[in-house]
Ligand binder design. Structure first.
Ligand code: GDP
Length: 315
């Protein structure tokens, strides 16, 4: 496990000499081919119960003889200065199991950097022989769209009574879900959870499924009382079976790779473009002009693009 942690630390480092080593490690992995793990994202707003669910589910998977890695993708952690996800103290029983490896979100950097390092970490965990890789991510916007292209199966974790009615939940996120869970279906909350479950079942029927031929199940679960967790994993297995039978697993991974590559090329080009001294000096003026209304936004884009051609992108 310590070699694994060290490899990941290398991957996460932004020091140029480490990046070079990391690239060699990744090239080596690509050459050897990877054992395929089940890559599953669990997304939900803070407080939805992601850690609790992973703790309960992860323990069950380990009990069934599987090796489980838990990674976190949390771009907000760079702002708060610390990782709020994947925190070992929040998965007390799981983190001490030898079959399990928990890695908090790397801190620092924008979403692109965080998901890039997460992807490389996934490669290392697959090479290390984990059967299941759970990726915990906060449901706050762009991050889950980026995480979607890292995983095979995307689980959306919801709760009732937190203002998360149908309007409050961004449609785009519901659309990419393969399985929807309504957590905290226990105690006084059971009836409300069932009502929400039925509502979402209706919603999911109306949406075009993100995976052809798969109608995303909606389950009410309780991470605390271990209710619906075994069913959740059965749903995950059924989903993978569907992907395999319909020959979509490989094509989805390839499409994911292409999507991921495209978005990161765009991001990298944009970042380098903005870093160019000629552009960096100009951009503040352009933005001010847009802000005070003296420059039309579309003209501002043209003005910026005109600067593009002489720029070297080799830095
Ligand atoms: P995260 O921020 O999404 O990782 O959420 P946590 O797992 O930290 O849980 C947030 C809060 O909800 C904590 O106080 C948990 O004890 C509570 N919680 C999590 N799962 C359940 C559940 O199944 N039932 C109930 N009643 N509370 C839960």
């Amino acid at each position: 496990m310590s070699a694994l942690a060290q490899s990941i630390t290398l991957i996460e480092s932004t020091a140029p000499s480490h990046r070079l080593c990391a690239r060699k490690v990744l090239e080596g992995l690509a050459e050897h081919g990877r054992k395929r793990a089940r890559l599953v994202a669990i997304s939900g707003v803070p407080g939805a119960g992601k850690s609790s669910l992973i703790e309960t589910l992860g323990n069950q998977l380990c009990d069934n003889g599987l090796r489980v890695a838990v990674l976190a993708v949390d771009p907000s952690s760079s702002r708060s200065g610390g990782s709020i996800l994947g925190d070992k103290t929040r998965m007390e029983t799981l983190s001490i199991r030898p079959e399990c490896f928990i890695r908090p979100s790397p801190t620092g950097g924008a979403l692109g950097g965080v998901t890039r390092r997460a992807r490389e970490t996934v490669m290392i965990c697959e090479a290390a022989g984990f059967d299941v890789i759970l990726i915990e991510t906060v449901g706050v916007g762009q991050s889950e769209i980026a995480v979607r292209s890292l995983v095979d199966c995307f689980i959306l974790l919801l709760i009732t009574g937190a203002g998360d009615d149908l309007q409050g939940i961004k449609k785009g996120i519901v659309e990419i879900a393969d399985i929807v869970l309504i957590n905290k279906a226990d105690g006084d909350n059971q009836v409300a959870a069932e009502t929400t479950r039925l509502e979402f079942e209706g919603v999911m029927h109306m949406l075009s499924p993100s995976t052809e031929g798969w109608s995303p199940p909606v389950l009410a679960v309780s991470a605390h009382e271990d209710r619906g967790i075994a069913e959740t994993w059965r749903a995950v297995e059924a989903y993978f079976e569907h992907l395999e039978i319909s020959s979509q697993l490989l094509s989805r991974r390839r499409q994911n790779n292409l999507n991921w590559y495209r978005s990161h090329v765009a991001e990298e080009l944009y970042a380098r473009f903005l870093q160019d001294p000629g552009i960096a000096g100009e951009i503040a003026h352009i933005e001010l002009a847009v802000l005070d209304g003296s420059l039309e936004p579309s003209l501002a884009v043209d003005t910026l693009y005109e600067k593009l051609s002489p720029i070297s992108l080799s830095n």
